[in-house]
Design a protein around this ligand. Structure first.
Ligand code: NDP
Length: 447
């Protein structure tokens, strides 16, 4: 088996050798899906996984814009249309200086499996730009978004490709992007998700990724007759996903003691209550400040510069910042400190070595493609509401989100439970996500 996985990875490396994040995401899938394919005649010999690692289309484009000083700046824009076997491409846009082909292809590849798991008819895609929104004025952000969309609009549409937010792309950016799309196409459609409530957005969409990550953790804990209540929890990040993971974990009776940004982490042993979280939301979303400013307001907390939070003692960890933010040593530290459950809010935050250690220690571990799928699932619900031309209530959307997360959890058990009862959620998510897409691809022929 190992040689088959190695042969496959060698083929992928020949074409993508300079894309480490993409290779990491493919390896994680190959290790669990290839042993499954070999046991199934319908997939065997069809090179189905080799087809899935090749984007259907990858677009790059120039994004020129003028900054507040009148200087012309140039960024690179991307859209990876990875797989449309089960529905139109769907996946976020990331604006961050580290954005490149490798990162977007890993995200698009993960998105194919994640979207399949949601039970909704959505293919996978991802896009963005190597643009840094930090310290830019609202006008600069608007001009950048306008230039970006003046090319992207040709490649997307409500039945073709429906982008959403990701790192660096929140409600403000989606608004600017939507405005240009509407002007160029002269149509009001659900072409983007994460829209404002007065112009086609869905209740619960901002909360969905973070809430879903915690709902998934609760389902995992329930398999051991345990619950989030009373748990001490480490959260990384302080953006959209981290904020709402913290909110839901706190509502369920957990105590979140850390949050972070790229400058370091804060540790508040008393936990973030409603007021403290409201302060963080205002700090990050309105004032666009740094997480270290928290200790000026709450001096009993500490700020640890340049570090991730994984050395603090906890029962649970929710990595919600970015890829590869939790390495093998961090995993060992978490396990020896008593951590029993890790639910990924971010995409691929745990390295390959970290995941191996979680599995070795037999703790509960959910990969992002399962545990953070609530965001795109609720984007799917936003698309449904746009097509129906109506809005569901907060309660209706939240109930649908809970049901989808429970269904994803069931799918992981179906394909991931071993003979001793341990649930390998990575294996479960990969195979469940694969089967639906692979079956559709087989039915549609070699295209
Ligand atoms: P935001 O931009 O709202 O927040 C990102 C957070 O992560 C910020 O606190 C940011 O800190 C921190 N961060 C970003 N890059 C780094 C880095 N290199 N090192 C340390 N910290 C970093 O993004 P989201 O909350 O939307 O996304 C977070 C993660 O969740 C990403 O992996 C994303 O792909 C994933 N995700 C998001 C979904 C969504 O609905 N938004 C859906 C599914 C997954 P700083 O401000 O200093 O940059």
């Amino acid at each position: 088996m190992e040689s088959k996985i190695k042969d496959f990875m060698n083929k992928v490396k020949i074409r993508n050798g300079h894309e480490p994040e993409f290779l990491q995401a493919v390896l994680e899938v190959a290790e669990t899906v290839i042993p499954y394919i070999i046991t199934k005649d319908i997939y065997f010999g069809k090179n189905i996984l080799l087809r899935m690692v090749e984007p259907e289309r990858a677009i790059t484009f120039r994004v020129p814009w003028v900054d507040d000083k009148g200087v012309v700046q140039v960024n690179r824009g991307y859209r990876i249309q990875m797989n449309s076997a089960i529905g139109p491409y769907k996946g976020g846009l990331r604006f961050h200086p580290t954005v490149n082909m490798s990162i977007l292809k890993f995200l698009a590849f993960e998105q194919v499996f994640k979207n399949s798991l949601t039970t909704l008819p959505m293919g996978g895609g991802k896009g963005g730009a190597d643009f840094d929104p930090k310290r830019k004025s609202d006008n600069e952000i608007m001009r950048f978004c306008q230039s970006f969309m003046s090319e992207l609009y040709r490649h997307i549409g409500q039945n073709t490709d429906i982008p959403a937010g990701d790192i660096g792309v929140g409600g403000r950016e989606i608004g600017f992007l939507y405005g240009v799309y509407k002007k160029l196409r002269n149509e009001f459609t659900g072409v983007l998700t994460g829209k404002g409530m007065s112009w086609g957005g869905s209740l619960i969409r901002p909360e969905a990724t973070g809430y879903g990550t915690v709902y998934f953790a609760e389902s995992m804990l329930n398999t051991n007759k345990d619950t989030v209540k009373g748990k001490t929890i480490l959260v990384s990040g302080s953006g959209n996903v981290a904020q709402f993971a913290t909110e839901k974990a706190t509502q369920l009776g957990g105590k979140v003691v850390t949050m972070s940004d790229s400058s370091g982490y804060i540790f508040d042993p008393a936990g973030f209550d409603v007021d403290k979280l409201a302060f963080i939301m205002e700090l990050k979303n309105i004032r666009r400040g740094r997480i270290s400013e928290y200790i000026e307001k709450y001096p009993s907390a500490k700020f640890v510069k340049g570090q991730t939070p994984w050395s603090e003692k906890c029962d649970m960890a929710l990595p919600c910042a970015t890829q590869n933010e939790l390495n093998e040593d961090d995993a060992k530290t978490l396990i020896s400190n008593g951590c029993i459950c890790v639910s990924e809010g971010a995409n691929m935050p745990s390295t390959h070595g970290a995941i191996a250690n979680f599995h070795k220690a037999k703790i509960l571990f959910a990969p992002g493609k399962a545990s953070n799928a609530g965001g795109v699932a609720t984007s799917g619900l936003e698309m449904s509401q746009n097509s129906l031309r109506l809005n569901w209530t907060r309660e209706e959307v939240d109930n649908k989100l809970k049901q989808i997360m429970a269904d994803i959890h069931d799918s992981c058990i179906k394909y991931g439970k071993d003979e001793n009862g341990y649930i390998d959620y990575v294996k479960g998510a990969n195979i469940a996500g694969f089967v639906k897409v692979a079956d559709a691809m087989l039915a549609q022929g070699v295209v």
